[in-house]
Design a protein around this ligand. Structure first.
Ligand code: SAH
Length: 234
């Protein structure tokens, strides 16, 4: 079973949106599991301090390496096979391919930082994989962790209603997804494209593929440059 353990100063943020809809149903059915660990429980002194001023000066506070090591060691013994992710804008951007790999594994341990971030030494000392969810800065790792877990959980067999809807999606073939339509046929003078009403499945598949390619070329040419997309480009 996929087990997610989140190390955070704000465990109240979980399961949050993951407790609703498909991921929430799957959570209550025991298809996957979620636990949180309060970092402050390993804080130091009477005030359970988890952070300190940055060496070398500068603004903000840095999360202490000894506190983080203690919470990681308590949550995940050395023989825990799950990858340890650290959410950070400096990380490798999360991809659908990585989400799929993670979803097929035993789960994830995710460290969420706050303030300026963490003492650099924790990353090597506890073999953390640095992951970003995009080129912008959040105020903490929790929303990023929710995004990573959501992307993984919906790929676990038995979580999404229709298994098929996972394979044709954006990024799965290295392309963005083609446009969708449903009733009504005419909306304020905008019609559903004729080809989709033709009943000709080969023609529909060809049109969808062309739309995917055109959208990807226009919006995300970087995806076309990646080897994973080459096989699907025809
Ligand atoms: N000073 C840091 C940003 C700190 S933001 C820097 O410039 O890189 C506080 C925390 O929010 C980060 O340590 C990280 O855990 C989380 N976070 C912020 N943006 C993120 C993003 N794009 N992806 C993943 N985690 C992020």
């Amino acid at each position: 079973m996929f087990r997610a353990t989140v190390l955070t100063l704000f465990p109240e943020m979980f399961p949050g949106p993951l407790g609703l809809s498909l991921s929430g149903d799957a959570l209550s059915r025991g298809v996957w599991a979620l636990e949180t660990k309060q970092i402050r429980e390993h804080g130091l002194g009477r005030h359970r301090a988890v952070d300190d001023t940055p060496a070398g000066g500068g603004p903000g506070m840095v999360m202490r390496v000894d506190v983080l090591a203690a919470v990681i060691d308590a949550a995940a013994p050395a023989d825990d096979p799950r990858p340890r992710l650290f959410m950070t804008p400096r990380g490798r951007p999360l991809t659908q391919a990585r989400a799929r790999e993670l979803a097929q594994g035993p789960g994830v341990i995710i460290l969420c930082a706050r303030f300026e971030g963490v003492d650099e030494r924790i990353i090597e000392a506890r073999a953390l994989e640095e992951i970003s969810i995009g080129d912008f800065v959040l105020s903490g790792g929790e929303i990023a962790a929710l995004a990573v877990i959501d992307a993984c959980v919906r790929l676990i067999p038995g979580v999404m209603g229709e298994e098929a809807s996972g394979v044709e999606e954006s990024f799965e073939a290295g392309l963005l997804e083609y446009p969708h339509y449903t009733r009504p046929r005419d909306f304020e003078g905008r019609d559903i494209p004729d080809v989709l009403l033709s009943g000709d499945h080969a023609k529909i598949a060809k049109w969808r593929h062309e739309q995917s390619l055109a959208l990807t070329r226009a919006r995300r040419p970087d995806l076309l440059a990646q080897p994973s997309s080459a096989s699907r480009r025809r």
